[in-house]
Design a protein around this ligand. Sequence first.
Ligand code: ADP
Ligand code: MG
Length: 418
Amino acid sequence: MKMKKIESVHMKGFRQFDSLDVYFNDKFNFIAGPNGCGKTSILTAISHCFSTQGHTHSRFSKDVEFWTDIAYNNALFRVGLGPDSFSKLAYRENTVRQWSRPLKIDGRNAVAPTNAPEEIPDFVPLFIGAQRSISYRQIAGLKREDNQEKNKVNYRNQAVKSLYGEWDQDVKQWMVNRYFIIDKDWAKEEAQNWEHLIMMLPSIGPLDSEFQYLRTERELEPIFKLYGKECYLEELSAGFQAILLIIANIFIWVEGTNVEGSRSVKNATGTVLIDELDVHLHPEWQFNIRSGLAAIFPNLQFIVTTHSPHLLSTANPGEVIRMPSSRYLHECKVLRPDVRSFAGWSTDQILSEIMDVKSLDNKLHERLIANALEQVEQSNAKGLQVAIEALKQISHPNDTVIVALTARLATLQAAADD
Ligand SMILES: Nc1ncnc2c1ncn2[C@@H]1O[C@H](COP(=O)(O)OP(=O)(O)O)[C@@H](O)[C@H]1O
Ligand SMILES: [Mg+2]
């Protein structure tokens, strides 16, 4: 098994970052933070490091440089562009003047995106953007799949576009191709991967959904089962489409970029970067997706961005990278995964401390409780009764605060009766 992982990314004069280095761990990385803090921009910087195209997607300043430190086959590399690479710096017009290799340091080979095919031939990360839906198209038949050399060129050069939904793979065609090829002698690994996918699908959906692939019909329409009913690929609800797109895209990438003999998804190594992993997913799925991805792809590294406190609560210690708000970004030069896990934090605690959501204190529930406590303070039984009634209108039936306030009310009323 080949070792492949992204260790860190360095950005200088890149988008909103004056200078920032972000470190990653080998397994899951959840990038989170306040609104607009620059989560997608970190993934974009990494995509620029491998790509010879798409530099117009970012605004650069005069001293721009960016690179990604990677470990690959027992050696260390620094991939990206060093100083003086761009000649014209204007939004949507950046042009590469020369492919300057990143600044060299001891123990790392510096590689420019143009040298990547020779110097790090099998290091080809997968970028998945935040747009996720499958629109209907009819499949005519088996389509020849490109060879892995051509695929690797595409995955590298379309990396930035991939992140912005401007380049993607045809998931439905891939599924239909599996229908034609999996019983062929030359497609043993593809058959094993397909079997793995079919077996794992039911375990990643909400428990009662019994999400299942059933068959592909002669009309070349893959059919699934969902909540006891058969349905076509394009009919799956947004959440199922999103999950299926992510997973199928990873299968397509593993099979498309590796040579025969190393195409098994269970053994595949490499990095998958996903913008807004939680998009379209019901909270129940947000709770399952980390373990689902880890079970299907046990040896991949994931770098994902998220807005979801549910997803963050599933992170293991050392997996959450907290970004400061863009206001304080200039004070921050280095970001590392937080050593803690947030599994024991409430949704509100994660929202306010990690995502910097300010409006939680103003929630109606909090205000009504503050009012009720004031009535307790003034020993005002009547006022407290009114406050409790107002709280009951908007609270969960098992709200423990209401139980406690009702007990206080009884005490106040008893005291008044005496
Ligand atoms: N193409 C771009 N070039 C330069 N700066 C950008 C570009 N796109 C976004 N930004 C800056 O990044 C900020 C938001 O970054 P983004 O990575 O989209 O945040 P997030 O994904 O956390 O919501 C924007 O407010 C803007 O300042
Ligand atoms: Mg974003």
